[in-house]
Ligand binder design. Structure first.
Ligand SMILES: Nc1ncnc2c1ncn2[C@@H]1O[C@H](COP(=O)(O)OP(=O)(O)OP(=O)(O)O)[C@@H](O)[C@H]1O
Length: 249
């Protein structure tokens, strides 16, 4: 089996009386392409926040390539190879597209050894189809290009694990498929581990090999798309809606 890059052990995040993430265990290995699905408010983004250092867990442990980073700041997670995007793209509008990717490189520290292929901002922009826009201000490109740029900023940190939070939100169906193919290429060509939260369940299930399902903060399923869509708890959590659309698709 390939190397374990991230291990979440019984991770919980509580906000006052609300348990947003409830004792979630999760092991991510090198080269996996994993989807996370779950109804609104299931705890998906909060789980990402926990495993990227944005929201320290209330309890549980986070090991990144064997190092305990529980409670560490996001830049420590970045320096250990964890990168993420946010639901709302957070690009620097007055900086060029290329400088946004460079910023990602500085965030993780200059000393970080780049995984093979992820050498320069030029290669990252080419992979994302943004090379022709390298000198444009990030604020002047379209929202869907800004979503790609946010992936570029995350890739600039030279990650081993890339966490994508609804990067296809608001895109047309054709754009969602193009995004999914690009994400698959990132994994294939740069041997990244990719974890992808998306409400477009149908697309997600077609492209990932493994799916985690969260419901009310708990992990209720973890398996192949075929296993997950036949799981009684998953069907109940979705009450047929989004999952049915996913299966139809
Ligand atoms: N900073 C916070 N303070 C208080 N409650 C929060 C905070 N962040 C999230 N929550 C609550 O935690 C629960 C999980 O939210 P989260 O955003 O992680 O769900 P999600 O599965 O990503 O939802 P969606 O699919 O709608 O994005 C929700 O009830 C949400 O209101």
């Amino acid at each position: 089996m390939s190397e374990v890059l991230l291990q979440a052990e019984q991770v919980s995040v509580r906000f006052g009386g609300l348990t947003a993430v409830d004792a979630v265990d999760c092991t991510l290995r090198a080269g996996e392409l994993v989807g996370i699905i779950g109804p609104n408010g299931a705890g998906k983004t909060t789980f990402f926040n926990a495993i990227s250092g944005v929201q320290p867990p209330t309890s549980g442990r986070l090991l990144v390539a064997g190092t305990d980073l529980t409670g560490s700041a996001p830049h420590h997670f970045a320096a250990h190879g964890i990168a993420r995007t946010f639901q709302t793209p957070r690009v620097f509008p007055d900086m060029s597209v290329r400088d946004n990717v460079r910023f990602g490189m500085q965030f993780a520290g200059r000393g970080r050894r780049a995984p093979a292929g992820l050498a320069s901002e030029g290669e990252i922009l080419a992979m994302l189809g943004l090379d022709a826009l390298a000198h444009e201000d990030a604020g002047a490109i379209t929202p869907s290009q800004q979503r790609l740029l946010e992936i570029g900023m995350a890739l600039g940190t030279r990650p081993r694990v890339l966490l994508l939070d609804e990067v296809a939100a608001g895109l047309t169906e054709a754009e969602v498929d193009a995004m999914a193919r690009r994400i698959r290429r990132l994994r294939d060509e740069w041997q990244l581990t990719v974890v992808w939260i998306e409400h477009a369940v149908g697309t997600l299930l077609r492209y990932v090999e493994r799916v985690l399902v969260l419901n009310q903060g708990r992990k209720i399923a973890d398996g192949t798309p075929a296993e997950v869509i036949n799981d009684a708890q998953v069907i109940e959590a979705y009450l047929g809606d989004e999952l049915a659309e996913g299966i139809d698709a």
